[in-house]
Each structure stands twice: as C-alpha cells, then as structure tokens.
Design a protein around this ligand. Structure first.
Ligand SMILES: *[C@@H]1O[C@H](CO)[C@@H](O)[C@H](O)[C@H]1NC(C)=O
Length: 511
C-alpha cells in the first residue's frame, strides 16, 4: 500500500524535473482564461475502453463494422484499444498529474443497454461508469459526459435501421433517462451527441462509417440513398436530441442542476478567391455543416441557406416536434481542428464529384495554388490554422446569440513516416505549437481585451488524453498527450503532456 501511495508523488517529481528542462515556448497563460474555466482532456468509449465483450456488454455498430474486412486502414479494431475498462484508475491518475479539472468521456450505450429498450439495464455497465465518475470526483475532476459518441447497440440497427427510423427517438430518450437517473447526481455536464454532422455524412452520404449506406456519386455501397437518407437521419438525430433534452429539463434539471448541450464538428471555411460566388459558396459550406443541426435545435427549423437549395428534400417539423424543440439548449460543444478553402460549384465548372459539400454546391480543399492553408498534420484535411478557432467561435457566437460554448475537442495527429522509435512520438513539438497557437487565439476571442465581452466559452478539452483507436485510421494516427504502447498498455507522457501541465499549473510564471 505504501509503495502505491508514493507512486503519484514520485511521478510528480519526475514530471517537474522534466518540465524545468523544457524550453519556455509558451505565449499563452492559464491566467488569460477565467478562473472558473474547465481545462480537460477528451476521449470516447469505443476509442479507449476495449473489453468489448465483457461485463455483459453487447456488440455496438462499431464492433460489427471494424470486424468487417477492409473497413479499417491497419485492419485493427477497438476490441482491446487502450484497455481503459480495466485501467481507468491509472488514466484518472494521468489526468490528475496533468492538473486538469475536467474530463470529457462518452458512455457505451451497448454497455448500459445491451438490447436498447428491448432488454434490461445492465448493472455491470452502470457499475463501471459509477466507479469512473467517483474516481474522477475524488481527484477533483469534473465529469463531462457524452451520451453517444458514434457507437450504438447493433440491435437498434438490425431491428429498425437506427437513425432512419423514428423509433430511435424513443430508444435514445430511454437511454438518456437511464443515464440521468444513474449518474446525474454527480454529472453536471451532459452532451447528447458527439459530431452527429460527421456521423450522418459518413454513415449515410459517403458510406465510410457504419451503417455504410450511400449511393453514387458519393460512394458505392450495397444499400443507401445519399440524396435523401442524410436528411432523414439528421431529422431523427435532432428529434432524439430534443427528446433527451425534454426529459432532462422536465424530470432532472431542477434537482440535479446540470447543463445539457450537443457537440458538433466544426471546420472554418475560407473563400478560395475574393469572387462573390466563392464567398457565397463559403457561407453555404458553413451553413450546411453546423447550422444543419443547430438551427433546428436552437430556432426550430433547418437553415434558410439549405431550404433554398434542397427545398422539400429537407423534412418538415410537425407542430408537436416543434414544441419538443422548444426546450432551451444550455451549451454548444465545439470540436475544432482545421480550416479549409471553399469555392463555388453553383455557377463554376470543374468541381470534384462526391465531396460532402457537394449538396451545398461548394467544393473544399486544403490547398490554393499548390500551397496548403496551414502546415499539414498526419490527418489528411487537418491543417494548423490557429485563427480558425477564433473565426468559428465568432461565427457560432453570432449565429446563436452567444449561447455558452465549450471547446470539447482540439488536438494534433502524429503519424506517417519518421517515427522509428518511441522517442520520436514522445518529442511532439508540433503538438505543442498547435495547442499553444489555438489556445492563444481562443483566449483572444473570449476576452476581446477588458472587460470580458467576447464569446462565452467556458472550457477547453484537448483531444486526447492518450493515443487511441482513430476510427478508419485505426492505430496509425496518434492524438494523445500520452503515448500508449499497445503491446504492454504502458502510458508515457509526451512533451505536450508536460507542456499542458506547465500551462495549467503556471509553474514557471511564479518565478
Ligand atoms: C451477466 O448476466 C448474467 C445473466 O443475467 C448474470 O447472471 C451475470 O451476473 C451478469 N454478469 C455481470 C458481470 O454482471
């Protein structure tokens, strides 16, 4: 017991020594942000938990998908991933040593309700998240919980086609209710969905994520209709979100006193040229991304920019559905990584076929005249453009009347050639520059100098705490502040972990 108790102290001393040796590169300071600001790290269930058949969990859509040949770049799966299911206490200790005061994670729906609303609540699943939440709170770390981060029980796909059926609204509402009842006494931040705009586009337009449905020119899938299903799936996501929000507001919020929101993937788009048609295309690319979901959630209907082009291909909300959408959203979660150029496809020839922005009559690319919009990263389409976070936060602030925001993900991918040794992964100066750049611009848009009259952003989460299963890229890309040796499951802090720790503790500022 004594040895175990000393371990964090020794680890802390070791980290302190290492960070004193680091060059002082940081421009941004913890004190540039409000004292109450949440600073954390983020993960998701399928990407880290592993234990895919333990504790009476059922198969999720991602379990089934990754086991199909040819889906994942390195033929890997999340069967074991970071084995976080068995190592969560160590991972909470990593967060504690960073000095973070919040942690964003997601709940595996198939762990809590293996058969959706058609079976029982799985007590082993409840027990796992109970222990995780308790160990976070014990270390003074605020749990920030996403109800579903892409993974759903496969049974809901097999029974009725998941997001293509309005039955999913009842299932999602039931799942949310079970989670609020079980964990809401301790969880004060709830996000209904993670990046549903990505899940819908990749699941029903491009067909590259489960349920892998699409049609030409977007892709060639066994089934699907890229011109219709994305709008139907979005409709059911929006109404599932609204169902959960209504349940939280009516049954839980006055007693539990938490907040409920939704997390969107955001990209900042810049016009390829100064031509008015490219500027309009850029506005369309933006409106077809986040407002596609947030306009109905905040204002009760799809964006006018989308109606204008898609007309009746967009579903209509019935009076009863509109009433359901009347419950107030407490915050917007902003996942932001990159900026891209957009150009017109309404009047201009030569656009590529099958891009996600095609229905917006826009084409997007990371390059202009052969030059990238910012330094590239290991993730294709992710470039380092720090002012993008300032622009997208301002856009969302204006469009949604300064609703509170959290930056729920921001981070940097390593991968490709040039990583022969563990030390190459640990020495992640590129990630430090990325985080420093984006945090500097975030501080600026929050404060707009004195007094704080900028955007109402209340927290920031680095993606990710540890290297993990990066969807179609498997384990070939690494986003972690901590390196993971997948043979031994050992975690090692990268230079960026020490940088984040120093930023949070502002140790060198005191000198
Ligand atoms: C799994 O379910 C079975 C059948 O309901 C039950 O007997 C068993 O205790 C459960 N296991 C766990 C780990 O909860």
């Amino acid at each position: 017991m004594a040895g175990r108790a000393w371990r964090p102290v020794l680890a802390g001393a070791w980290l302190l020594l290492l960070l004193l040796l680091l060059p002082s590169a940081s421009a941004v300071r913890r004190s540039d942000f409000p004292a109450s600001f949440l600073f954390g790290t983020a993960t998701s269930s399928y990407q880290i938990e592993g234990a895919y058949l333990e504790g009476n969990k059922s198969l999720s859509n991602w379990d089934v998908f990754t086991h199909q040949p040819g889906r994942i770049k390195d033929r890997s799966t999340g069967d074991i991933a970071d084995d976080h299911y068995h190592r969560f206490e160590d991972d909470v200790e990593l967060m504690h040593s960073l000095g973070t005061n919040a942690y964003r994670f997601s709940i595996s729906w198939a762990r809590i309700l293996p058969r959706g609303r058609f079976g029982r609540v799985n007590l082993a699943g409840i027990a796992f998240y109970d222990e995780l939440i308790d160990s976070l709170l014990h270390k003074g770390i605020e749990p920030f919980v996403t109800l579903t981060h892409y993974d759903i029980p496969q049974e809901l796909e097999d029974r009725y086609g998941s997001w293509l059926s309005d039955e999913i609204q009842r299932d999602f509402g039931y799942f949310a209710d079970v989670c609020f009842a079980a964990f809401g006494d301790r969880v004060k931040y709830w996000a209904t969905f993670n990046e549903p705009n990505v899940a819908v586009r990749k699941g029903y337009m491009l067909g590259t994520y489960p349920p892998a449905r699409c049609s030409p020119p977007y892709g060639s899938c066994a089934r699907g209709d890229s011109g219709a299903e994305p709008y139907l799936a979005t409709h059911n996501v929006v109404l599932s979100h609204a169902t959960a929000v209504e349940i939280y507001k009516r049954k839980y919020q006055s007693e539990q006193k938490g907040l409920i929101g939704i997390v969107m993937s955001t990209t900042w788009f810049k016009p390829m040229t100064d031509a008015p048609v490219d500027r309009l295309a850029t506005e369309r690319a933006l409106a077809f991304d986040v407002p596609w979901f947030l306009d109905p959630i905040v204002y009760g209907d799809y964006p006018p920019e989308m109606r204008q082009i898609l007309g009746s291909r967009l579903p209509a909300f019935s009076p009863d559905e509109r009433r359901k959408l009347g419950y107030k959203l407490d915050f917007i979660g902003v996942n932001h990584y990159t900026t891209l150029y957009a150009r017109d496809c309404m009047f201009s020839p030569g656009c590529p076929l099958g891009q996600e922005t095609q229905h917006a009559l826009a084409a997007v690319t990371g390059e202009r005249n052969g030059l990238p919009v910012g330094p590239p990263t290991a993730m294709p389409t992710f470039y380092v453009v720090p002012e993008g976070i300032e622009k997208i936060v301002t856009y969302i602030m204006k469009r949604y009347n300064n609703l509170p925001m959290f930056i729920t993900e921001n981070g940097y991918a390593q991968g490709g050639d040039g990583y022969a040794h563990v030390e190459d992964w640990l020495d992640d100066q590129g990630r430090i520059e990325y985080l420093d750049g984006y945090l500097t611009k975030l501080a600026k848009v929050i404060s707009q100098i004195v007094p704080r009259d900028g955007a109402d952003v209340r927290g920031y989460f680095v993606w990710s705490l540890i290297d993990n299963f990066e969807w179609l890229y498997g384990y070939t890309l690494r986003f972690g502040l901590h390196y993971v040796d997948y043979q031994t499951q050992e975690r090692k802090p990268k230079s960026s972990a020490l940088w984040y720790q120093r930023f949070l503790q502002s140790l060198l500022e005191a000198q």
